[in-house]
Design a protein around this ligand. Structure first.
Ligand code: PH2
Ligand code: MG
Ligand code: MG
Length: 160
């Protein structure tokens, strides 16, 4: 398969967050089926949703090239989360590492297991901020607005 461009959102709010993000990136970059092309800055963000009193998050986004299908990429992300010690827990609760597929080429996927673009992408500043940094002009395949403009609307609407 010819490599396609995909964007992965990364978050951590437990343990040594910076190290977990660095390890996740190096696991992702296996150079057989996934190549990291670009990584955003790290953003310290307030937790959105989930139980009260969670630690702050570190969030980032990575641009990758991949020969994996969306479902194989999802499986790979889950495998890396597990390898770094993440175990199933409450929804939106604190986590060592979270890897979410944000975009996969211009593809739209709506299935039980996977939604691409990420279902909350356009409502979350902690996702849009790093994404706009590395893919500001990239258009959302469903609403056809750029990441930069989605971030502006998100800030205006104060979803966060
Ligand atoms: N992830 C969530 C829920 N809330 N808040 C921030 N700031 N950053 C996240 O990555 C995050 C969140 C579910 O994945
Ligand atoms: Mg997430
Ligand atoms: Mg996730």
């Amino acid at each position: 398969m010819i490599p396609v461009t995909s964007y992965v959102g990364i978050g951590s709010n437990l343990g040594t967050k910076r190290t977990a993000i660095a390890s996740a990136l190096s696991y992702l970059d296996d150079r057989r089926s996934i190549w990291i092309e670009r990584v955003s800055s790290l953003y310290e963000t307030l937790p959105q949703g989930g139980p009260k009193g969670q630690p702050l998050y570190l969030n980032a986004a990575a641009k990758i090239s991949t020969t994996l299908t969306p479902f194989d990429l999802l499986a790979r992300c889950k495998e890396i989360e597990r390898k770094l010690g993440r175990r199933p827990a409450v929804r939106w609760g604190p986590r060592i590492i979270d890897l979410d597929i944000l975009l996969y080429d211009t593809l739209i996927v709506m299935s039980k297991r996977l939604t691409i673009p990420h279902v909350l992408l356009h409502t979350r500043t902690f996702v849009l901020q790093p994404l706009a940094e590395i893919a500001g002009r990239k258009k959302h395949p469903v609403c056809a607005q750029s990441m930069r403009s989605l971030l502006r609307s998100c800030n205006r609407l104060q979803y966060h």
